[in-house]
Design a binder for this molecule. Structure first.
Ligand code: UD1
Length: 420
């Protein structure tokens, strides 16, 4: 199993390009199932989760041709299967995103029921309830969700989520794109990746309105046509590099990133003492060699502070001046990396879903184990700050969501290598 060996202590410095967004690419790849024509995607990141989605689409009979620049031609005209198998769904929960499109275009789908994961139970009840409201019949049988549209296809519905769900909003937006009539989705997620998915659907001839607000209006169309779409930049990858620079008292510039998608994170980093400058497609951060100051934060749906940046800011707090409280409100088990940070000398106490973090001057290198994607990123940041060597184990988690992480960090001056 691959590990990352990090010799920490040096501030990150330099410039790096932000990759395409994982959390936008996955739903957009699923949405290509809606299209009865060839779609070309660019800026798709080269990541294990994306490879898993390719495998899943391949299983369904989708043909894909990839060039060296990761431009992908995707042809979902001749689907041969409507089954998303257990082996793929268990490695990536986002596989559930094929359910809405398959049901909308082909009237039937069998998708393995996703289980829990390291960060919590993560149910999909809201996805299923929404599809039922559109007329689908849903049965759970043999560990599979067996969904069938009514005769004549899915019907538009008025949907309201009692919890804001990113994946639920995406699945139902895709289903509604080909349903009969106009659907309304209330208390929709407002994440930039939702906007990217809506833009994709609209470029292919769909009619989604209101993306980025809490009410989506989706006018169903007969069919979608082909076209080209460029996936948005990864705001979480960008935020991770900024947090790494803040923790190491460094100075970095990120290119190919829309600063508006990171406002809550930039505000917290400024509060931590970072000098942040932004342009239309870049962000720079300079700590002027100073130690960060502790910040309090609470995760919540966009535009508030993202749960996917919580672990990274917890590490910044771990080496900050003062005491900070970090409250996780989205996933119940997403503070577990704090135990590994304590093994590196951090002073973190957990009280329910809040971590109370008393900053220490520096951390000490240690062997640590990653438990999920963003937790692994936070351990890499801790390794970059720590004195001595840190060996981060189980980095298959990090390869799910960070493109060329060690190359990019080396570009910023980090001493990091992969041990296979
Ligand atoms: C997506 C992101 C993930 C991010 C999360 C929250 C992708 C591929 N993943 O995950 O990186 O951390 O949004 O920003 O984009 N819930 C239910 N019932 C449901 C669906 C969700 O109770 O049917 C709950 C979840 O357990 C969780 C909350 O709603 O507590 C939010 O989850 P959701 O927004 O759906 O997360 P994902 O789409 O799985």
């Amino acid at each position: 199993m691959d590990k990352l060996l990090i010799r920490g202590g040096a501030p990150l410095a330099g410039e790096v390009r932000v990759s395409g967004s994982k959390n936008a690419a996955l739903p957009i790849l699923a949405a290509t199932l809606l299209v009865d024509d060839v779609v070309t995607l660019s800026n798709v990141p080269h990541l294990n989760d994306v490879t898993t989605m390719f495998e899943l689409l391949g299983c369904l009979g989708v043909e894909m041709v990839l060039d060296e620049k990761m431009h992908i031609d995707i042809d979902a005209r001749n689907i041969t299967s409507l089954v998303a198998p257990y082996d793929l769904v268990k490695t990536m929960r986002a596989s559930i995103l094929v359910l809405g499109p398959l049901l909308a275009r082909f009237g039937e789908a069998h998708v393995s029921f996703p289980g829990g994961c390291a960060i919590g139970s993560r149910p999909v009840d809201l996805h299923l309830r929404g599809l039922e409201a559109m007329g689908a019949s849903i049965e759970i049988d043999g560990g599979y969700i067996r969904a069938k549209a009514p005769d004549g296809g899915l019907r538009a519905a008025h949907l309201l989520f009692d919890i804001v769900t990113v994946g639920g909003t995406e699945n139902l937006m895709m289903a509604a794109a080909l349903a009969k009539g106009t659907s309304v989705i209330e208390n929709a997620a407002r994440e930039p990746e939702i906007v990217d998915l809506a833009n994709f659907i609209n470029v292919m001839g769909g009619r989604v309105e209101g993306a980025g607000s809490d009410t989506l209006v989706v006018h169903g169309v007969e069919s979608l046509h082909g076209g080209h779409y460029r996936v948005m930049p990864d705001r979480i990858e960008a935020g991770t590099f900024l947090a790494a620079a803040a923790a190491t008292r460094g100075k970095v510039k990120l290119r190919d990133i829309d600063p508006h998608t990171l406002e809550a994170v930039l505000l917290k980093l400024q509060e931590a003492g970072a000098d942040i400058q932004t342009g239309p497609d870049w962000i720079s951060l300079d700590m002027h060699g100073k130690r960060p100051k502790a910040v309090n934060l609470r995760t919540a749906p966009y535009p508030a502070f993202p749960t996917d940046m919580q672990a990274q800011l917890t590490t910044v707090n771990a080496v900050a001046e003062g005491t900070g409280a970090v409250t996780e409100t989205i996933f119940e088990n997403r503070l577990i990396q704090t135990h590994e940070l304590n093994r590196m000398g951090a002073k973190i106490i957990l009280e329910g879903n809040t971590a109370i973090i008393t900053g220490v001057e520096t951390l000490k290198g240690a062997p640590v184990m990653a438990s999920d994607l963003r937790a692994s990123a936070s351990l890499v940041i801790a390794g970059l700050v720590a004195k001595g060597e840190t060996l981060v184990d189980r980095i298959y988690h990090i390869d799910r969501g960070y493109e060329c992480i060690e190359e990019k960090l080396r570009q910023l001056g980090a001493d990091i290598q992969r041990i296979v």
